[in-house]
Design a protein around this ligand. Structure first.
Ligand code: ADP
Ligand code: MG
Length: 434
């Protein structure tokens, strides 16, 4: 809904309120407010006014009348949120975003390195060398997260910049409704006033000819005015389908950055971050083993990766059970078809490191102290026993030591185990945890 439409509808709400709480009160408490925007996520109409605290408490007394009147006009009840005029503009801008989608919470990995670096560059320098920045990648791989991170960063660092973020669907809907309410000029002015225009999922615009034309004009206006544009898409420009050639070449004329499928380490890092946000102790070996299972089992979609973890966490809270590898498996098998994860040198390294209170990096390192060398030998022994990996391959997991070192470590642990009962127990315990 455009601001003009909102204003018109608000007048109707005032009329209805006048019937239910009388006109004097409406004039005293409601007239001074001017509606700026609807915030759907919590069904709020944002109202501007000086002395917002006073007016907020006044209108709150008529909350149920407001709900009835707004329901009659908008088809759905709303409450009012009154903010001061000065603070409002920026708040409106930031309000478009999911507060969780910032650069701080984004885990950089090999799969997203270029997209991440380019997004940071655009957000920080705010130059238009890379215009548009076109981020593309499969579903659930972090496109929305990144494009929103750009927007939130710019608003925070440059409060005076006008930032607009929309999905291409919202863009389409707004355009269509501006035609029917004869407010196309408002629509155009809004988008052409942007210093930074962020359009998510541009692929959905394909096939909607009039919207495409309108978008092309907006794009050109901003581009020529040297305003930054960022787009996301699940396809490359050339694969978008039925789009005018000139638009495709515009899309491809800036910087194209892809997001690929994350590697195991990145998946695990994302899960760990998510778990710590939820106050789950990721240093707990049982939890770590559960996260490993999820990171091994879900490889191509981070949204699914996160929701698998959320599901385990929810069940563990409900049932009062501890998060362990087996518990996670029991919760997830039906849905994600998670099989017992393959045993790899990587996994062995992690379990061994956990057991001895050191890190996998210590194991890879060249450190020779006994606290490190001994677990390292055990991890090498298990890697040779439990996997089909070649010596070269195993060596690559242990700081590229040479083959003789791998052979030597294996032989030594095997021999030591024959006479050292404690060692045998340690190795068995670790085997169980795999
Ligand atoms: P897309 O828009 O590509 O479909 P999203 O940006 O919605 O994907 O990402 C899906 C979920 O995965 C979101 O919750 C997002 O925060 C998370 N996510 C994706 N990539 C990362 C990453 N590199 N670091 C942290 N979280 C990520
Ligand atoms: Mg998205």
């Amino acid at each position: 809904m455009t601001k003009a439409e909102l204003k018109k509808n608000w007048e109707k709400v005032l009329e209805l309120l006048a019937e239910s709480i009388n006109r004097n009160r409406v004039d005293a408490f409601f007239r001074p407010l001017s509606p700026s925007r609807i915030r759907e996520k919590d069904s709020v109409i944002m109202m501007n006014c000086g002395n917002s605290a006073f007016f907020q408490s006044s209108v709150d007394r008529y909350a149920s009348d407001v709900e009835k009147a707004t329901e009659a006009v908008f088809g759905k009840p709303y409450s009012l949120l009154v903010t001061d005029k000065e603070s409002d503009e920026n708040e409106l801008d930031i309000d478009q975003f999911d507060p969780r989608y910032t650069f701080d919470t984004f885990v950089a990995g090999d799969n997203n390195r270029l997209a991440y670096a380019m997004s940071m560059t655009v957000a920080e320098r705010f130059d238009i060398k890379h215009n548009p920045l076109f981020i593309y990648g499969g579903s659930g791989l972090g496109k929305t997260h990144l494009i929103q991170a750009i927007g939130q960063y710019v608003i925070k660092e440059n409060p005076r910049k006008k930032v607009i973020y929309v999905s291409s669907e919202t863009f389409t809907n707004e355009y269509i409704s501006s035609i029917s309410s004869r407010t196309v000029d408002d629509f155009r002015n809004k988008y052409r006033s942007a210093d930074l225009l962020l359009i998510d999922d541009i692929q959905f615009i394909v096939g909607k000819q009039e919207t495409v034309t309108e978008f092309f004009n907006t794009f050109n206006a901003l581009y020529n005015a040297k305003k930054q544009i960022v787009l996301t898409s699940d396809k490359l420009p050339k694969d978008l389908g039925d789009l005018p050639e000139r638009l495709v070449s515009r899309f491809a004329g800036g910087m194209i950055a892809d997001i690929g499928i994350p590697e195991y380490e990145t998946r695990l890092a994302i899960l760990k971050r998510k778990a710590s946000v939820e106050d789950v102790d990721t240093d707990d070996p049982d939890v770590a083993a559960a996260l490993d299972l999820i990171a091994q089992g879900i490889q191509t979609n981070i949204r699914e990766l996160e929701s698998a973890f959320t599901r385990v966490l929810t069940f563990s809270n409900l049932e009062g059970k501890k998060i362990t590898r087996d518990y996670a498996k029991s919760i997830l098998t039906d849905i994600y078809n998670i099989k017992a994860a393959e045993i790899t040198p990587q996994r062995i390294k992690e379990v061994v490191a956990d057991h001895f209170g050191i890190t996998p990096e210590d194991i890879e390192s060249s450190k020779r102290s006994r606290e490190i060398a001994y677990p390292r030998q055990i991890a090498i022994y298990l890697s040779k026993e439990k996997t089909n990996y070649s010596l070269e391959k195993i060596a690559s997991f242990f700081g590229n030591r040479n083959h003789t070192t791998i052979m030597y470590s294996h032989k030594k642990v095997r021999e030591d185990m024959e006479r050292d009962r404690d060692l045998r127990e340690v190795v068995e315990k670790i085997e169980e945890m795999l």
